[in-house]
Design a protein around this ligand. Structure first.
Ligand code: HGY
Ligand code: MN
Ligand code: MN
Length: 424
């Protein structure tokens, strides 16, 4: 059955963009605002312009490519991100931006005009791996983070966000929030095991779980690994290890959907025969329920305090990101489900384990997401893979729904755009 959009061009573009920042053994590294990210942006903008889109860049580097409708007004926005983690795959984020571009190109090829404009968006620094928090660009876009504050963010490698943005040529001049969205769609890989395990074609995403990122700095005293008796040590490395193990215990005790990750831990001086004087570690806690996430955070604070006292080190914490759970617009979620079913695809409702720009856009307009299966549930891994058939399925749902929301202009049924999704 399918839709007016075809996956071949999208699959080719995913591979082509995946060559920008490609890692030797496969996968990609395009950390936000690096020169590789800049090159990826240049390539995507060149495709947008070749498709006739009006491309604008705002002050935080968000890219918006708009295909005009026959009527002025807010866009149907299709977005995601093209920055990646350091050991990323070619699908996370990139699929959503390039699929939006494919929808536009397919409309051009089919000579279909829409009543409402369609805007393809690539948001800055969705990953948050280099600059925290994640979803930073879309958060600024919706007014959730002051631009000046965002531009002064310092990366894990000591760079200032605004300087890096200027260095890659994406410190834009378009006013923040200038492109209004009547509805926001994000097409994304699931990044988890559910759809594959249940052999489901399309994930109908009802919302995104809460996210809590904390950086902990533990300060002890370096001394000789051999000559210092255990009772005299102030070992920041041991404290960090005990906190890491304690996070796993907190998560296990809360059970259910609770997840916790110590993704980075740096010891200094980091030498085999020197007791670590300093440890800097990050803790990522997530849960779909805000109250439970708060309980986990309180337990973490107690854990840090008790380990620091026991190991005679000092602990300083810094919140890197904190977003409450978000529910997507019920009517639009229903439209995703109905579009998939009308295409003969199997569906399942689920919450997203990962954060997405859609959770920020949901603050300003109805937002919803389309998920497709991840092979082995893998993502943030160079082996990230989604099968071409699944990519085509998700594209068909996205294209069908985007056209439905934007409204066809050049047919006898021309009328009001369906972007006021409450009516339908
Ligand atoms: O961390 C996340 O959930 C997303 O990949 N930024
Ligand atoms: Mn993503
Ligand atoms: Mn990601």
């Amino acid at each position: 059955m399918g839709s007016f959009a075809k996956a071949e061009r999208l699959l080719a573009r995913l591979q082509a963009l995946g060559q920008v920042g490609a890692l030797p053994g496969g996968g990609v590294c395009r950390l936000a605002l690096t020169k590789e990210d800049g090159a990826g942006r240049d390539l995507v903008c060149s495709w947008m312009r070749a498709a006739g889109l009006n491309v604008v860049v705002d002050g935080i580097g968000n890219i918006f490519g708009t295909r005009a409708g026959t009527q002025p007004g807010p866009s149907v926005m299709i977005g995601s991100h093209i920055d990646t983690v350091a050991t990323g795959g070619i699908y996370d984020g990139n699929l959503g931006v390039l699929a939006g571009l494919e929808v536009v190109e397919a409309l051009n090829d089919a000579r279909i005009a829409t009543l409402s404009p369609i805007t393809v968006a690539a948001f800055t620094n969705e990953e948050g791996a280099r600059f925290a928090p994640d979803m930073l660009g879309s958060l600024v876009h919706v007014g959730g983070l002051d631009l000046g504050h965002a531009l002064d963010t310092v990366s894990i490698d000591g760079a200032r966000l605004g300087d890096e943005l200027t260095a890659i040529g994406y410190a834009g001049t378009a006013p923040l929030g200038a492109i209004k969205a009547a509805a926001y769609l994000e097409y994304h890989i699931e990044q988890g095991p559910v759809l594959e395990a249940e052999a489901i074609d399309i994930g109908v995403v009802e919302g995104v779980q809460g996210i809590s990122w904390t950086e902990v700095t533990l300060s002890g005293r370096s001394s000789h690994a051999g000559a210092t008796p255990m009772r005299l040590r102030q070992d920041a490395g041991l404290a960090a290890a005990r906190i890491s193990a304690g996070v796993a215990e907190i998560v296990r005790a809360l059970g259910g959907d609770m997840v916790g990750t110590v993704g980075s831990m740096k010891l200094s001086p980091g030498l085999v025969n020197v007791i670590a004087e300093k440890a800097v570690m990050t803790i990522d806690l997530r849960h779909p329920d805000e109250a439970t996430l708060k309980v986990a955070e309180a337990k973490l604070a107690d854990l840090i305090a008790s380990v620091a006292a026991a190991e005679k080190v000092t602990a300083a914490t810094r919140v890197l990101a904190r977003f409450e759970p978000v529910g997507f617009d019920h009517a639009l979620v229903g439209r995703v489900e109905a579009s998939a079913k009308a295409l003969g695809l199997s569906t399942r409702r689920l919450h997203s384990g990962a954060g997405h720009d859609a959770q920020m856009l949901a603050r300003t307009c109805p937002a919803a997401m389309v998920f497709v299966p991840s092979v082995d549930g893998l993502s943030h891994n160079v082996r990230e893979l989604t099968q071409p058939r699944d990519i085509a399925n998700g594209l068909d749902v996205l294209a069908t729904l985007a056209l439905d929301l934007a409204g066809r202009a050049n047919t006898a049924m021309a009328g009001q755009p369906h972007t006021n999704i409450k009516e339908s």
